[in-house]
Ligand binder design. Structure first.
Ligand SMILES: Cc1cc2nc3c(=O)[nH]c(=O)nc-3n(C[C@H](O)[C@H](O)[C@H](O)COP(=O)(O)OP(=O)(O)OC[C@H]3O[C@@H](n4cnc5c(N)ncnc54)[C@H](O)[C@@H]3O)c2cc1C
Length: 299
């Protein structure tokens, strides 16, 4: 049997063919995924990993697609979504969340329980797996600050629990993380003041609404923060606020974001990213590093 049929037989309605990635990424644009599956259990992951290995099929993992731009020609092979793995539990100062749970949900649970350490991550629109992978952060807090461990399988399906102390991590970077599929994460928080935590969460959510173009599709900050500066400041200072290519535009509200304001193609966004990087380099001599992840072919 062809590998796609094997996946369809095994995953039934949780296996889709030629799935438009505009449906699964916050940029709301992107080519098609050849096969899109939703593994949930270890057995399901084992099945898909074994098949991909045996048939030499490329395999990708997606959380909420809030940091990914997929090229117009799409992505071949198998794309695995973690969306069916979304259980969260709290026990005292500990929270355990599956990879496909919303990070913001975990922040909300922590604040509601009077637990401090994640309140500033409120409103980041990614999954727990994506947050661990990217060491997502905001307003001076990072995912790894309160992460204690995370459960993974490697690409051969071998399970392991990795402790934070074993990992080398920095701003938006976790060394060696691409060797693993993150299944769940355990956070150790500290007792905080309930009203203060709720206020802090609400302030952060309000600031996001005020400062970020949340009314339009985007994938957040396009570039990482350069040393001792802000990408948005450099972009703004280069006069690029509002610059557009096709349906993509450097946000007028936050120059660090590119927004899909009018049916942007992935190439519109990619061309604009390259243009911004080139112009900032010309004016400031700073090489901006992409924070967002590009998948597939953009030609
Ligand atoms: C409006 C807006 C605001 C944002 N604000 C912030 C912010 O303040 N701070 C910040 O850090 N980011 C921000 N982001 C970016 C984004 O939300 C984060 O990077 C987030 O952590 C990505 O999570 P995700 O689930 O969407 O990951 P995806 O975009 O789906 O994937 C990102 C990467 O993680 C990998 N991955 C995802 N899940 C797993 C898994 N279970 N196992 C292995 N690999 C996995 C993917 O393969 C991919 O390489 C923002 C985005 C938007 C749209």
């Amino acid at each position: 049997m062809d590998y796609k049929q094997e996946l369809k037989t095994f995953f039934a309605e949780h296996c889709l063919f030629n799935e438009p990635m505009a449906r699964h990424t916050t940029y709301r644009t992107g080519g098609k995924a050849e096969v899109y599956v939703y593994p949930q259990t270890r057995e399901e992951w084992s099945f898909v990993l074994k098949l991909a290995e045996a048939e030499k099929i490329p395999l990708r993992i997606i959380g909420f697609g809030s940091n990914i731009l997929v090229g117009g020609k799409g992505i071949d092979g198998i794309t695995c979504s973690t969306k069916r793995m979304n259980h969260v539990s709290q026990d005292g100062e500990y929270i355990k969340a599956e990879a496909g749970a919303a990070l913001d949900k975990v922040c909300e649970i922590a604040c509601e329980a009077g637990l401090a350490g994640m309140e500033k991550l409120s409103g980041i629109p990614g999954s727990v797996g994506g947050a661990v992978y990217m060491n997502a952060g905001a307003f001076g807090q990072e995912t790894f600050d309160c992460l204690e461990y995370f459960d993974v399988i490697d690409w051969e399906g071998r399970p392991a629990t990795l402790l934070k102390e074993e990992m080398k991590y920095a701003y938006r970077k976790v060394e060696g993380i691409q060797n693993y599929i993150i299944l769940s994460a355990g956070f150790h928080l500290s007792k905080g003041d309930f009203p203060q935590l709720i206020e802090s969460r609400n302030t952060v959510l309000h600031k996001r609404m005020e400062k970020q173009p949340l009314e339009l599709p985007s994938a957040g900050s396009v570039f990482k923060r350069p040393a001792n500066d802000y990408a948005s400041r450099l972009i703004d200072d280069t006069g690029l606020r509002g610059l557009s290519v096709g349906g993509a535009k450097v946000s007028e509200k936050h120059a660090g974001f590119i927004v899909n304001f009018n049916h942007a193609t992935p190439s519109d966004i990619k061309t604009l990213m390259d243009l911004v990087r080139e112009k900032v380099k010309e004016k400031h001599g700073v090489e901006l590093e992409l924070e967002q992840i590009l998948w597939g072919n953009f030609e």
